[in-house]
Design a binder for this molecule. Structure first.
Ligand code: HEC
Length: 236
């Protein structure tokens, strides 16, 4: 009994010691210099604006635009959400041949370079949801001659697209009979964008959506294939 008691006391000592050590470590950690956040305001928005403007892979038309929103939008599109990975044909057209970071060196020079000629021009064919039905193809997001992005949509429309997935362009409907190239098979909803990650994007803040829209209206227009291709854009 005595022996048992003593060993219990010993255990207690060991535990107390360990707790003390942990406490000292924690205390020391709390005195360390906090991680420096490169930001002028709460969540680093100003830093993001400058970074966004610096990393845009195309010349930006800032005339009449809110520079801050454009910069933030560029940060979101070029550093966070890879819109261009889907809204360009494929990785071999997304980058110029010598600037494709997925390739060996050479041909890769070691410096990533997005191809401005295809940037956000759409045309990535994800194939049909089931064989024989409509191919799901990403859209041209660049502004047309109205200056509004993705085929002249207003911000209100853009916000609705990203919040609800609604397809104002009706590129496909829900098949009523046998599937064909114009429809998507139930249970998929043909009125909604498929593959496009709007169920995630719908959670974004109003300001972030505005920033993306403002940025998309500042990138150069890409005409794409001739009309009536849905990828065509009237630049002039
Ligand atoms: C995983 C691939 C993917 C990513 C990432 C993606 N999209 Fe899309 N997006 C698509 C596809 C595919 C469509 C067309 C869907 C269809 O036809 O059903 C589309 C459609 C759209 C449309 C509708 C266009 C129109 O004219 O109505 C908008 C707007 C859009 N995307 C914006 C964006 C933005 C902005 C981002 C980045 C924040 C983005 N997308 C990221 C795949 C993607």
């Amino acid at each position: 009994m005595k022996v048992k008691h003593r060993s219990r006391a010993k255990t207690r000592h060991v535990v107390t010691g360990a707790l003390l050590v942990a406490g000292v470590v924690l205390l020391a950690a709390s005195f360390e210099t906090p991680v420096r956040v490169q930001a002028d305001d709460d969540d680093g928005k100003d830093w993001k604006v400058e970074r966004g403007l610096a990393i845009a892979p195309v010349p930006l038309n800032l005339a009449g635009k809110d520079r801050r929103l454009v910069g933030l939008g560029s940060y979101i599109v070029n550093a966070q959400i890879p819109c261009n990975d889907c809204h360009t044909q494929n990785t071999s057209t997304q980058f110029v041949p010598t600037g494709n970071p997925y390739l060996l060196r050479p041909p890769f020079t070691g410096r990533k370079k997005v191809d401005p000629a295809t940037y956000l021009g759409g045309g990535n064919d994800f194939g049909p949801l089931i064989p024989g039905s409509a191919h799901i193809v990403s859209r041209n997001l660049t502004p047309d001659r109205t200056g509004r992005p993705e085929g002249g949509h207003t911000f209100e429309e853009f916000r609705e697209i990203l919040r609800t997935g609604i397809d104002f362009d009706h590129q496909h409907r829900t098949c009523s009979g046998a599937p064909n190239e114009t429809c998507v098979p139930p249970p998929f909803n043909g009125d909604l964008l498929q593959i496009m990650p709007w169920p995630t994007f719908q959670e974004m803040s109003e300001q972030d959506l505005r920033a993306i829209y403002e940025y998309l209206s500042a990138v150069p227009c890409i005409a794409g294939p001739p009309a009536p291709s849905p990828l065509h854009n009237d630049c002039e």
